[in-house]
Design a protein around this ligand. Structure first.
Ligand code: ASP
Length: 445
């Protein structure tokens, strides 16, 4: 069994967190490939090292003294070094970084130093080998990861039976120049490594115990989701907060390597396992009909009515192209005969709604054009709903019983999710009633 384990910024925010990481690594021999983010915030007032590095870059670029910001970064690492009794030569490291930054400012190199230094400290503390991501994560010039080359480089660099710590978030182009990923990219590093070494599992350690069935600000103490498929996760995340970088899914998905979201502050909690295909474990432990309930407030619906338009080829495309011109991403397009509703986030059209409406009027001369605000979308997601007759009926009657007026209904044909549009003011109530009926009640049985 080989595991790739990735620790997010909050898991390595200070020496106390480093100690927790050590306990996690020491408690399981198979945790061999360790990826780390840069130190994150240890409190609300604190700053992420990566943010400080970007700030430092801006100071240098605009010729403002970088020292106060650079000192904050230095203090963080000197504090960790002292608390943990490390021997890493930080004076030399910071001298090199500063020299390089003042001589020839390279943003990617500079901002990657957070992961680099964190990984150096962590490797020493864990008694593991340090392997620089610049030597093992290979990018092509087009910015994609070259898996084959990454595999070869990794085989050359990693000593058999040794634990290694590898910085997340960056790699190198074929000419050796450092390149960073998008923000939160350490998740991708972990996933790429899990793919190339054919890991049995990719553990992603963060500060939450996986995914919850519903938002804890709405439901008191909601249940944890033990297992979820990638498709369900997409259904959950397009509206809610993201724990995992979207692009971290692709490298492991094809091999069905599970990603296990774990909490560094609660290591005994099994967290959530994300898999491409949950059918095997589901045979042993069948899932609830509903995996998760999520949603978001503040959508705007623009409804255009024009008789006989449904029969007109290209009518919908012409409507949508106007939204595209204004770079507005569309959430959903419920259509009935001659009636086209376009649902968008209200904030996405706050600068251009009236221009769009003007264009629609001019180009289509509709019989009616309505704008409605204050719409909330509630998504009920679950692989367990598939081919269960009556599921949508049960949801809808639950809304009815709770006097929640439904404005829009949309079910995907893969039957993985049902999205219901309600008034903003009914949003919390809608989530609560589905949770109570389909999670809390089922669980009592
Ligand atoms: N440190 C980087 C960031 O803050 C990458 C990561 O944490 O995954 O975005």
């Amino acid at each position: 069994m080989i595991k790739v384990v990735k620790f997010g910024g909050s898991s390595v925010a200070n020496s106390t967190q480093f100690r927790k990481v050590k306990n996690i690594i020491d408690s399981d021999e198979s945790r061999k490939f360790i990826v780390t983010s840069a130190c994150g915030k240890e409190s609300h007032e604190d700053h992420k090292i990566t943010d400080l590095l970007y700030l430092c870059e801006a100071h240098v670029r605009y010729g403002v003294s970088h020292e106060p910001v650079f000192d904050l970064i230095k203090n963080k690492y000197y504090g960790i070094k002292e608390d943990l009794g490390l021997t890493i030569d930080l004076d030399r490291e910071f001298e090199m970084i500063e020299k390089q930054m003042l001589r020839d400012l390279n943003t990617d190199f500079l901002v990657s130093r957070g992961e680099y230094l964190t990984a150096r400290c962590l490797a020493e503390y864990l008694g593991a080998d340090f392997v620089d991501a610049a030597e093992v994560i290979a990018f092509r010039y087009d910015g994609s990861v070259d898996t084959e080359r990454t595999k070869e480089m990794l085989q050359r660099k990693v000593r058999k039976d040794h634990k290694v710590v590898i910085p997340g978030f960056y790699g190198a182009l074929p000419n050796g120049v450092i390149k960073v990923m998008t923000r939160g990219g350490s998740d991708i590093t972990g996933s790429v490594l899990a793919n190339v070494i054919d890991a049995d599992i990719y553990e992603n350690w963060t500060d939450v115990s996986g995914f919850l069935v519903a938002d804890p600000r709405i439901i008191d103490n909601p249940m944890r989701i033990p297992r979820i498929t990638y498709s369900e996760l997409r259904g959950m995340s397009y509206m809610g907060a993201n724990v995992l970088h979207d692009d971290a899914v692709f490298p492991v998905r094809s091999k069905n390597i599970p990603i296990n979201i774990r909490n560094t502050n609660d290591p005994d909690n099994p967290g959530t396992v994300i898999m491409n295909d949950c059918s095997e474990p589901d045979k042993v432990e069948p899932p609830h009909a509903v995996t998760g309930i999520t949603g978001r407030k503040d959508y705007t619906v623009i409804t255009l009515v024009k008789s006989h338009s449904s029969a007109e080829v290209g009518f919908l495309r012409r409507i949508l192209s106007i939204f595209e011109e204004y770079h507005v991403s569309i959430e959903s397009v419920p259509i009935t005969v001659d009636t086209f509703s376009i649902i968008v986030q209200t904030k996405a059209v706050d600068q251009c709604l009236y221009e769009i409406v003007g264009r629609l009027k001019k180009e289509f001369q509709p019989d009616d054009l309505k704008i409605e605000d204050h719409l909330a979308l509630v998504a009920v997601v679950g692989r367990g709903m598939k081919q269960v007759p009556g599921m949508s009926g049960r949801f809808l009657s639950e809304f009815g019983r709770n006097h929640i007026n439904i404005k829009i209904i949309n079910q995907s044909s893969d039957e993985l999710s049902i999205v219901v549009g309600v008034e903003n003011r009914d949003f919390e109530k809608a989530i609560r009633c589905i949770y109570d009926k389909f999670i809390a009640e089922e669980n009592k049985r």
